[in-house]
Design a protein around this ligand. Structure first.
Ligand code: NAP
Length: 331
């Protein structure tokens, strides 16, 4: 699968993977979505030594979004990848160290806090968790078998591979409708398969999808099987009311059914709710002093780029204050 940025506009995502000379920081930010980058802009600008460990998808979920029309400041909108590249470069301008690496383990039991990646480890006086959330799966074996072979979770990344093909999108939320609309630029037809007869998506996205002649809705239905030789060719759906099964020809299946918080590595380290989202106690503070969280990793209510950025800003200000208070106590 292609880097989403390349798929959009051919630009390179200019982050240097690899090692950095310094491994101790004032602020270590885990995750590089709008929350992480915004926080890093604030903390670096405040002259705090800041590292962002980006994870495997630098830029986070917005790298899988097409047009962002509601992020203030862009009169005609901006693509998600462009927005994230801007944030990254703005952050680097103030001296943030950004590394593309996956955090495999953390130790928040003692200070300085420790963050382990596959290749190295870092220490930090404070932590911001901004790891966001990951696309939910349908849970079919054939979904796993055909992942990357016609099954995708990112229309922006993979849409261009499905020119003139019949495409299915699963879901009834904003993501499903936004992706379906985007996919009509490439596909011959786009069918939205939704498990209910009512959409969860916002009115404006619904209207756009209903008006699009290439989009057809299949209500009260679930995908139960995906078949093909080496790539997706047929998708079986089942009517949830009648049980009737129908086989649809499709070259691509885009799953757009929501997200799960990326908090596995924080289990037993910070307090999580029953769905795995981080619990905040006092503004952006977790239950561990010196460890903060921002964005979709704790916020399952608003889940917008602008709210994640806002939480990132709040966390950065809280971290700055907490670090200077801690230093005051130590000194
Ligand atoms: P979402 O709002 O949680 O919607 C998920 C959809 O998938 C729902 O329609 C749900 O059906 C369906 N679904 C969930 N599990 C399923 C399963 N196992 N099988 C079949 N269908 C399943 O998720 P989202 O669309 O990714 O949006 C997440 C958040 O981001 C929302 O707050 C949204 O407003 C925001 N967002 C905004 C924009 C924008 O403003 N441009 C774009 C994208 C996302 P039910 O409806 O039956 O529950």
């Amino acid at each position: 699968m292609t880097n989403p940025v390349d798929a959009i506009n051919g630009n390179e995502y200019d982050i240097r993977p690899g090692n950095v000379e310094n491994t101790h920081f004032d602020v270590a930010i885990i995750g590089s979505g709008p929350a992480g980058y915004t926080a890093s802009i604030y903390t670096s600008r405040a002259k705090l030594r800041t590292i962002v460990i980006s994870g495997s998808l630098p830029g986070g979920q917005l790298m899988t979004t097409t047009e962002v029309e509601n992020f203030p400041g862009f009169i005609s909108g901006i693509t998600g990848p462009e927005l994230m590249m801007n944030m990254q470069q703005q952050s680097e301008r103030f001296g943030t160290t950004i590394v593309v690496d996956e955090v495999t383990r953390v130790d928040f039991k003692t200070r300085p806090f420790k963050i382990f990646t596959g290749s190295t480890h870092y220490t930090s006086n404070s932590i911001l968790i901004s790891t966001g959330a990951t696309p939910r799966k349908l849970g079919l074996k054939s979904e796993v078998d055909f992942s990357g072979k016609g099954v995708s979770y990112c229309a922006t990344c993979d849409g261009p591979f499905f020119r003139n093909q019949d495409i299915i999108v699963v879901g009834g939320g904003d993501t499903a409708l936004e992706e379906a609309t985007f996919l009509t630029k490439f596909g011959k037809s786009v069918k939205i398969v939704h498990r209910r007869d009512k959409l969860r998506a916002s009115k404006i996205l619904q209207e756009r999808a209903f008006e699009n002649p290439k989009i057809e809705f299949i209500w009260n239905s679930s995908v139960i099987k995906i078949e093909g030789e080496n790539k997706v060719a047929k998708v079986t759906i089942k009517d949830n009311n009648t049980g009737k099964e129908t086989i649809l020809n499709a070259g691509g299946l885009f799953v757009a059914i929501g997200h799960e918080p990326n908090t596995n590595i924080f289990r037993n380290q910070v307090e999580l709710d029953e769905r795995g989202y981080i619990i905040l106690n006092n503004h952006t503070r977790t239950n561990i002093e010196g460890v903060f969280a921002a964005g979709d990793v704790h916020d399952h209510r608003y889940r917008q780029a602008i709210t994640a950025a806002g939480f990132g800003c709040m966390a950065a200000l809280d971290i700055e204050r907490w670090l200077s208070e801690s230093r005051g106590k130590e000194g």
